[in-house]
Unconditional design. Structure first.
Length: 503
C-alpha cells in the first residue's frame, strides 16, 4: 500500500513538474514573441515616418522612403525579429509599394551574376555538408602532419579549413569544422599535461571552427557574403567588374594574416610543448569512420575542380563567375554522378540567399536615390575637420569608426547591407579611388572579433568552447587591432603596386 502511495505521489510530482515546464516554455515563447513584435512595429514605424514624415534636407522623397526601408532591413536582420528570407523579400516589396518603383529595379539583384554565383556556391557547399567529402578532406589534410604536437595539429587543421574555404561560406565551414575540432579535443593529452587540456580544447574549437574561417573569408570571392555584395554593388553602381581571379589577386597579401593568427593563438593559449597522447592513431581512426570514398564524392570533386579551372580562366572563356557556378551545379546532378538532390537540398542556405538578394537590391536603391551620398556626408565632414590628410590615417579612422557602429551586428549580410554602400560613398567623398578604398574597408570590417558576438562563426565557436567572456574580449580585441592595421597598411601598398593607388 505504501508503495502504491509513493508511486501516486511521484506521478503527481511528475505531472506538476510537467505543467511547470509547459508554463515556463509558454511564458518564454510569449516574451520572445512580444519582443520581436515590438521590434517589427518599431521598424515599420520608421518606414512610415520616412514615407509620410517631414523631408530631411538633402534627401528626395524616394530617397527618404528607401532610407526608412533600409533601417527596417537592418533592425529586423540584426535582431532576428523576422526570418532572413522574409526580410530579404519584404524590403524590396516595400520600396515597390511605397515609391512605385519598377519590380526590375527594386529586385535588381535577383537576376544578377553575383546572385547566381551565390546560388551555385551554396549548392556546392551543401554537397560538402551532405556527404562525407568535406570532413574527409579536412581530416586528410589534418592527418598529413603525422604528429602528436598540438601546434602542428592546429596548423594542419587550419590548412584544411583554408583549403575548403574556396567553396564554403564562413558559417557553413564553421558548421563543418566544429565536429572536427571537438573530435580533436576528445583526444587525451600527454601524461602530465592533463591540467592544460581545457586550454588546448578551447584553442582547437575557437581557432579551427571560428577564427580561421573568418580570416580566410576575404581570400576567395565565394568565401564571405560581403565579398559578393561588394562586387555586385561595384558592378551595378560604378561599372567595375571583378572576376574570381582578380579578387584572389587583389587580396593576396591577406594570406599573411593566417600565420599571424596561428602564432597569436599558440602564444595566447600557451600551446608550445603541448602534445596529444595518441593523435597519430586517433586522427586516422576519425577519417576511417567515414568509410571509403564513394563515386558521388569523386564526381563532386571533378565538378568543383572544373569550376575552379573555369573561374581562373574566366577572362579567356568569357564566362561569368555566376554562369560557371550554375554549370557546376548542373554537372553535379547529372544522373551518372550519383548525387541525390533530395539529400543535398536541406543543406542549401535558401534563406540566406533570399536575404542576400534583398540586401544587394537595397544597396543598389540606396545609390540610385542618393541616400549613400547623403549618409557619407556625416562621416566625411568630421574627418576633414580633424585635419586628417594622410590616406592611411583616413582609412584607419574610417575602419575603427565603423567597427564601433557594427559591434553588435552579428549577421554578415546585415553588416554588408549597412556599411558596403556607405563605404563606396565615403570613397567618393574623400576623393579616393573607389575600388581600393572600398575593398580595404570591407576587408577590414571582416576582422571584427572585438566581441565574441560580432561574427556568427566566432559566436558559434565561442558558445561551443568554455572560453571566458573576458578572455575572449581581450584576445579578440588584440587580434582585431592587429588584423585591421595589417589590412590598411599592407593591402594599400599591394594595391598601389598593382596600379590601384588610393589616389
Amino acid at each position: 500500500m505504501a508503495q502504491v502511495r509513493t508511486m501516486a505521489v511521484d506521478a503527481a510530482v511528475g505531472v506538476s513538474a510537467g505543467k511547470f515546464r509547459w508554463r515556463e516554455s509558454l511564458a518564454q515563447t510569449l516574451r520572445q514573441s512580444v519582443a520581436k513584435s515590438a521590434v517589427v512595429a518599431a521598424a515599420l514605424a520608421l518606414v512610415a515616418l520616412a514615407r509620410f514624415g517631414p523631408l530631411l534636407p538633402g534627401l528626395s522623397p524616394e530617397g527618404q522612403t528607401v532610407l526608412g526601408v533600409f533601417l527596417f532591413f537592418i533592425l529586423c536582420t540584426a535582431t532576428n525579429a523576422l526570418p532572413g528570407p522574409v526580410v530579404g523579400l519584404t524590403a524590396p516589396t516595400l520600396v515597390v509599394v511605397l515609391t512605385h518603383a519598377k519590380l526590375s529595379v527594386a529586385f535588381s539583384a535577383f537576376d544578377g551574376k553575383v546572385f547566381f554565383l551565390a546560388l551555385g556556391a551554396f549548392v556546392i557547399a551543401a554537397v560538402m555538408m551532405a556527404t562525407p567529402l568535406g570532413r574527409r578532406i579536412a581530416l586528410s589534410i589534418t592527418g598529413l602532419c603525422n604528429s602528436s604536437k598540438v601546434p602542428r595539429i592546429l596548423s594542419a587543421a587550419m590548412g584544411g579549413t583554408v583549403f575548403l574555404h574556396a567553396v564554403l561560406p564562413t558559417v557553413s565551414e564553421t558548421a563543418l569544422f566544429l565536429p572536427v575540432a571537438q573530435g580533436l579535443s576528445e583526444i587525451p593529452p600527454k601524461a602530465g599535461q592533463e591540467v592544460h587540456q581545457q586550454r588546448t580544447n578551447t584553442a582547437f574549437v575557437m581557432t579551427i571552427a571560428g577564427l580561421t574561417p573568418l580570416f580566410a573569408g576575404p581570400l576567395f570571392l565565394t568565401g564571405a557574403f560581403p565579398n559578393l555584395m561588394l562586387t555586385s554593388l561595384l558592378h551595378r553602381t560604378i561599372g567595375i567588374r571583378i572576376s574570381w581571379l582578380s579578387w584572389f589577386l587583389y587580396n593576396l597579401p591577406l594570406w599573411g594574416l593566417l600565420p599571424i593568427l596561428f602564432l597569436m593563438a599558440r602564444r595566447w593559449f600557451r600551446l608550445k610543448g603541448m602534445e596529444l597522447s595518441d593523435a597519430k592513431v586517433a586522427i586516422p581512426q576519425m577519417r576511417a569512420q567515414l568509410g571509403p570514398i564513394s563515386w558521388p564524392e569523386i564526381w563532386a570533386v571533378i565538378c568543383v575542380t572544373t569550376g575552379f579551372a573555369l573561374w581562373i580562366t574566366g577572362p579567356l572563356t568569357h564566362l561569368s563567375t555566376g554562369m560557371v557556378a550554375l554549370l557546376v551545379v548542373g554537372m553535379m546532378f547529372l544522373p551518372f554522378g550519383g548525387l541525390d538532390f533530395a539529400r543535398v537540398a536541406p543543406q542549401i542556405m535558401w534563406g540566406v540567399l533570399m536575404l542576400l538578394g534583398g540586401a544587394i537590391s537595397l544597396g543598389n536603391l540606396l545609390f540610385k536615390t542618393g541616400v549613400v551620398k547623403w549618409m557619407s556626408h556625416f562621416l566625411v565632414e568630421p574627418i576633414h575637420a580633424a585635419g586628417l590628410h594622410s590616406p592611411i590615417l583616413v582609412l584607419l579612422a574610417v575602419v575603427f569608426g565603423l567597427h564601433i557602429a557594427r559591434a553588435g551586428v552579428v549577421s554578415a549580410v546585415a553588416t554588408g547591407a549597412a556599411f558596403i554602400p556607405l563605404t563606396i560613398g565615403l570613397a567618393k567623398g574623400f576623393g579616393f579611388s573607389v575600388l581600393p578604398f572600398s575593398l580595404i574597408v570591407t576587408n577590414a570590417l571582416n576582422y571584427a572579433v572585438f566581441l565574441p558576438i560580432s561574427i556568427t562563426a566566432v559566436l558559434i565557436a565561442f558558445s561551443a568552447s568554455k572560453m571566458r567572456w573576458s578572455e575572449a574580449v581581450r584576445f579578440g580585441a588584440l587580434l582585431s587591432i592587429v588584423a585591421n592595421v595589417y589590412v590598411v597598411i599592407v593591402q594599400s601598398a599591394w594595391l598601389d603596386i598593382l596600379g590601384l593607388p588610393l589616389r
